[in-house]
Design a protein around this ligand. Structure first.
Ligand code: ATP
Length: 348
């Protein structure tokens, strides 16, 4: 297994800086996702790791080796991307074998590797077919298989699921994680889909404008986002302008927002200067009516989602989202709720 290190990577295209001084370590066998909005530099970073782009400055290491000046074929990486890029005139078996032939791997070893990967991916019945005789999911699997037969230490994925419909995406997503574990691969996976990132990753690097804003486990990113951008991008937090109330009694601090007064634990670190308050839609606990400390708003829209109902509520011109397990509230009703101090996140 191979770890990956980046040391002050920068990529400039003319005067535009697409990747702006990124450093990280990925442990051997770790699954890391680069997550961020379109244009934040995810693909550029991946291309530098695979060797298709040479950084303007900075170094890349695979294991102990500095590979910055090496071409893609001399790196222990394999790339799997969305446009399956299968050869249309070659059978599945020939597609799987292609890279091995180029590397002059002997025939016996080639069939062994193709057989093993075809079995793991459930592609054995398709081996003699041409790519246009396969479904989208099967083509994606062949593309993944082509990367796996090379037995790379590191596998790189560039939005591999974006051509698949929602149901198939879920299925192939689970498969990708299983394969990564089975083959003990170090993986870097690019996506702008936060649900995909949360489900797959050991760690997520949340990227914004060429930088990594926060690198952490899905749980920490969700519960303790370090910036507004991360809070909003992962899980869609409600973000309200806020002020610390000077007079606060009891064990919690009081935070004033247009939606009412929230309590936050005294242990929570408060940033200097201007602050905002975040809470996740599912942490709001609905009350049956007014109460001390209750917050309240007017329900503006209601959307039944099966296992929960999404309410958009408004207070003093500020709107926010509440996820309710079960509720009879309708548009125009008043919603009363509380948010536990430990679920309140204060950011600068
Ligand atoms: P997406 O999710 O849309 O694929 P991304 O996060 O992968 O986006 P990149 O493809 O890495 O984004 O691009 C980052 C920025 O660098 C973009 O603004 C893009 O226009 C710019 N860029 C990428 N490649 C080049 C290039 N070869 N020449 C000039 N600018 C480029």
């Amino acid at each position: 297994m191979t770890g990956i290190s980046a040391d002050h990577l920068v990529m400039r295209f003319d005067r535009f800086t697409a990747v702006n001084d990124i450093s990280f370590d990925v442990a051997p066998g770790e699954f890391v996702t680069l997550l961020g909005p379109s244009g934040c530099g995810k693909t550029t970073l991946l291309k530098m790791i695979s060797g298709f782009l040479k950084p303007s400055s900075g170094r890349i290491f695979l294991g102990e080796e500095d590979v910055t000046d090496r071409p893609p074929e001399a790196r222990d990486t394999a790339l799997c991307f969305q446009s399956y890029a299968l050869f249309p005139h070659l059978s599945v078996k020939e597609n799987l074998e292609f890279g091995l032939k180029q590397k002059k791997i002997p025939r016996k070893d080639r069939s062994l590797r193709v057989g093993e990967v075809a079995e793991k991916l459930g592609l054995e019945p398709q081996l003699e077919k041409l790519p246009n005789q396969l479904s989208g999911g099967q083509q994606q699997r062949v593309s993944l298989g082509r990367a796996l037969v090379m037995r790379p230490g590191v596998i790189l994925f560039d939005e591999p699921l974006s051509n698949l419909d929602a149901k198939l995406r879920d299925q192939v997503r689970i498969e990708i994680r299983r394969i990564q574990q089975d083959f003990a691969l170090t993986a870097i996976y690019v996506t702008h889909d936060q649900a995909e990132a949360l489900a797959l990753s050991d760690r997520i690097f949340v990227m914004n404008a060429g930088r990594v804003e926060q690198a952490d486990t899905p749980e920490v990113l969700y519960r303790k986002p370090a910036t507004r951008f991360v809070a909003d991008f992962i899980g869609g937090a409600n973000i309200l302008p806020a002020k610390l109330k000077p007079r606060d009694g009891g064990k919690d601090r009081l935070i004033d927002t247009p939606a009412g007064i929230f309590s936050v634990s005294r242990e929570a670190a408060l940033p200097e200067g201007k602050i905002c308050l975040c809470f996740r839609p599912e942490t709001a606990r609905l009350l049956s009516g007014p109460a001390d400390d209750a917050l309240s708003g007017t329900v503006v829209t209601r959307a039944f989602q099966g296992h929960f109902t999404d309410l958009i509520a408004e207070t003093n011109g500020i709107s926010y989202r509440i996820q309710a397990r079960e509720t009879a509230l309708r548009e125009g009703d008043t919603v009363y709720f509380t948010v536990a101090p430990e679920d309140v996140i204060i950011l600068g």
